[in-house]
Design a protein around this ligand. Structure first.
Ligand SMILES: [Zn+2]
Length: 337
């Protein structure tokens, strides 16, 4: 899939699960047919299990023809965590997930249905639940609630209670084939040469590949431009930078690509695919901390539109102004809150 096919180049565009291997395709198809009510998604850290679980939920809620689109209101609600029919339980401050949170989630999901379709409980990772929390979850698995789908994620299947595992359809999500990993990274805007160079070390793991690429990008010339773009503080900064980019078309293209990469990486940190510790770029980390997922998706849409306007020969400087102003507005907002 090409970046931008969905209009944003955001998450859905770079994850074409049919290319990733049997486990992904199997789950994608069986969940679509309403096969089971509990799945255990097992695979190494960094292969995108949580993203995959979210995509399964997104597909159910998406209102576009080609699902999941990642940009309709329904998709945005799921991605930003404001969809009440999709609950995500993850450890807070790296502490174990306590029984109270599991109880609350199950009580809420079994009482309300805000829409008419499936409701989802996503837990990541299951082995981070206390024993009491796992037992509480087990009850719900033994007495299924209509239209509630449990997507349980584990990096370490042997650490999950056998009783839980036996109530779930286990789906192994292995590292990705190099071809699929390459396609995903190219669609994120990375150049072909560094992508190919990182493959042997990435071992089919998208988080690992992004970590290597993010570290490599530190040396690039584009970093200085991205830093200026992501740290604009005033209208004057915006004008100065857009004047410079107006006369440097090649530099501008490079800057757009680099801004896009930085935003994508921020989004991947924000969505938990990429650990923040693995990224050194302070601007990217600042964006991942301050911008919500839907804001980051908006920025990516803005980059995409900037590129489109440029291709359509619409006033290039005005387009880049608009993008930078959007960043400036967001930064002002974060400072005030
Ligand atoms: Zn959608």
């Amino acid at each position: 899939m090409q970046s931008g096919e969905t209009g944003t180049g955001a998450m859905p565009a770079f994850l074409d699960y049919h290319r990733l291997g049997a486990g992904y395709a199997l789950l994608w198809n069986s969940a679509a047919n309403g096969g089971m009510h509990a799945y255990l998604l097992a695979g190494p850290k960094g292969v995108g299990k949580l993203t995959f679980a979210r995509m399964l939920a997104l597909r159910d809620f998406c209102t576009s023809v080609k699902k999941p689109c990642g940009i309709c209101d329904a998709c945005r609600r799921v991605v930003s965590g404001s969809e009440p029919d999709v609950m995500l339980l993850t450890p807070q401050d790296d502490k174990a997930i306590p029984i109270e949170r599991v109880r609350q989630a199950i009580a809420r999901i079994s009482q309300h249905s805000f829409g008419s379709g499936n409701r989802f409980v996503i837990i990541e990772p299951v082995e981070k639940m206390t024993a009491a929390a796992q037992n509480c979850l087990l009850k719900s698995l033994e007495e299924p609630i209509a239209n509630v789908v449990f997507l349980l994620i584990t990096h370490e299947p042997s650490a999950v209670l056998g009783t839980i595992a036996s109530r779930c359809a286990m789906v192994k999500l292995p590292p990705w084939p190099d071809e699929a990993l390459t396609a995903a990274l190219l669609s994120l805007g990375f150049e072909k040469a560094p992508v190919q160079a990182c493959l042997p070390r990435a071992g089919g793991n998208i988080a690992q590949a992004l970590t290597i690429l993010a570290a490599g990008a530190q040396d690039s010339d584009a970093v200085a431009l991205v830093h200026r773009a992501l740290t604009v503080r005033s209208d004057a900064d915006v004008v100065a930078l857009s004047l410079q980019l107006k006369d440097d078309r090649a530099g501008a293209e490079q800057a757009l690509t680099a801004i896009e990469q930085s935003l994508h990486i921020a989004l991947l940190i924000r969505t938990g695919i990429l650990p923040a510790q693995s990224v050194q770029d302070a601007d990217t980390i600042s964006f991942s901390k301050h911008a919500s997922e839907s804001e980051l998706t908006d920025f990516l849409t803005a980059v995409f539109q900037t590129r489109q306007r440029r291709q359509n020969q619409v006033n290039w400087q005005a387009s880049i102004d608009r993008l930078l102003m959007k960043i400036l507005e967001a930064k002002t907002r974060w400072q005030q809150s």
